[in-house]
Ligand binder design. Structure first.
Ligand code: AMP
Ligand code: MG
Length: 417
């Protein structure tokens, strides 16, 4: 019996796989409308709302890639050194108008426009300057050290596709191609509640039987990193009527409501029933460990996800279930995250039919390659397993375990935020 009740999967009924859940989410949830223009300096991490096109060629003009001397390749001797008179000087920021390279070497600096008739640049380290003449070695290819206009990207080309979560390099590219601001999706409004009569605020004195609420601060911080506008709505007690009322109120002005705890099948787990009463459940159990009880549904126009209570289960389900849901609601392109494949330096047994996320750290093995070691404790409530690991190894549904030396797919924690 102990064995049976230990096994979350013994209670019958089909469990949805993580991939099936993602497909349902993509099918049932609309992209939240709302677009705003933000200056580049505030656009990091936002979702591009439209394709952004280059307003000019990048680079905008042919220019030198080095400090040196610009010449016409045709002026060079077919073999051996060539000496050309030094004529003219082009620093970055100068226009090349009126500077001609024909029959001469023009002093030029990195980023300066090429003289209209020059096609090749010698690096200053490679030449000798002797009394007004520049002696150029043989062997350089035509076009060397010249950056042609548009070689990075051409005017009119898409520099950032709609749906991309903007990164610092994206912002640099937008600036370089003529933009000062970008259209982005408005931030998703996400309401976060904790549930449970045992919970006390961080820092509060604990009466017997109480613990500090740690899930809310975890969720709020992760959601902010994922770009949401988060409302921290506190702790809900295990009272059905109050739960229904608070969830219904939050649904009026949020795109997504997240709760943690109270979604199992114990008598004190009231969240699922509350959602069934005031909204609609889409699924409530997933084939995932840690984290099996995850309720997803709709309350009014808001999406709802009830996460499990145990903090590690909260972390895993937020990142592997809610994160794709946020991407969907915000219109983000969500290609699958690619893990790193490394060698397991541990053994582990698992049941088939569910995806498991095992907390691991990476280390360098004696042969110089990277291997994963497992955090010694597996409990879904062990917070030090998150602070003491580098990431999560994803073990697929069909796997029965991991043997030492097997490849495992690891998502480093920061990759997931
Ligand atoms: P539940 O699903 O409500 O039965 O909760 C499962 C476990 O997670 C219990 O040990 C709860 O005390 C714990 N738990 C629930 N919510 C929180 C929270 N906000 N912070 C820390 N632990 C929690
Ligand atoms: Mg509870």
């Amino acid at each position: 019996m102990a064995q049976l009740s230990d096994d979350c999967f013994a209670f019958g009924g089909p469990l949805l796989s993580v991939d099936q859940a993602a497909a349902l989410i993509a099918e049932r949830l609309p992209v939240v409308a709302g677009i705003e223009s933000v200056p580049l300096g505030e656009a990091d991490g936002r979702i591009a709302a439209a394709d952004l096109r280059a307003l000019l060629d990048l680079p905008p003009f042919d220019n030198s890639a080095v400090d040196g001397y610009a010449v016409r390749f045709a002026d060079l001797a077919p073999a051996g050194e060539t000496a050309l008179p030094l004529r003219g000087r082009l620093a970055a920021g100068r226009a090349a108008t009126g500077v001609a390279a024909a029959g001469a070497a023009v002093r030029i600096f990195t980023g300066a426009p090429m003289p209209a008739d020059a096609d090749t640049v010698f690096m200053q380290e490679d030449v000798r300057v002797e009394g007004g003449r520049v002696v150029l070695p043989a062997g350089l290819k035509p076009g060397a050290n010249r950056r042609p206009a548009g070689e990075d990207i051409g005017c009119g080309a898409v520099v950032i596709p709609a749906g991309r979560r903007l990164t610092p390099p994206d912002l640099a590219l937008a600036a370089a191609t003529g933009h000062a601001a970008l259209p982005v999706r408005r931030r998703l409004r996400v309401a976060v509640f904790s549930t449970g009569d045992e919970l006390a605020e961080p820092g509060a004195a604990l009466r017997p039987g109480a613990i500090h609420d740690s899930n809310r601060v975890l969720l709020v911080a992760l959601l902010r990193r994922l770009g949401a506008a988060v409302s921290d709505l506190g702790i809900l007690r295990d009272e059905p009527a109050a739960l229904r009322e608070r969830l219904a109120a939050a649904a009026r002005d949020h795109d997504l409501i997240l709760t943690s705890g109270g979604v199992s099948i114990g008598e004190e787990d009231h969240v699922k029933a509350a959602v069934e009463a005031i909204g609609r459940l889409v699924f409530w159990r997933l084939a995932i460990k840690p984290g099996r009880p995850v309720a997803m549904g709709l309350i009014g126009d808001a999406a709802f996800v009830g996460l499990p209570g145990n903090p590690v289960a909260v972390y895993v389900t937020l990142l592997f279930v809610v994160r794709p849901l946020l991407a969907r609601l915000s219109g983000a392109l969500s290609g699958p995250l690619l893990p790193q494949s490394v060698r397991a330096a541990f053994r582990y047994r698992k049941k088939t039919g569910r995806r498991e996320y095992v907390r691991v750290s990476l280390r360098r093995a004696e042969d110089g390659t990277v291997e994963a070691v497992k955090f010694p404790r597996d409990g879904a409530g062990v917070l030090t397993s998150l602070t003491g690991s580098d990431g999560l190894a994803a073990l697929p549904e069909e796997a029965t375990g991991v043997a030492e030396g097997d490849p495992v797919e690891v998502f480093l924690h920061p990759l997931l935020w």
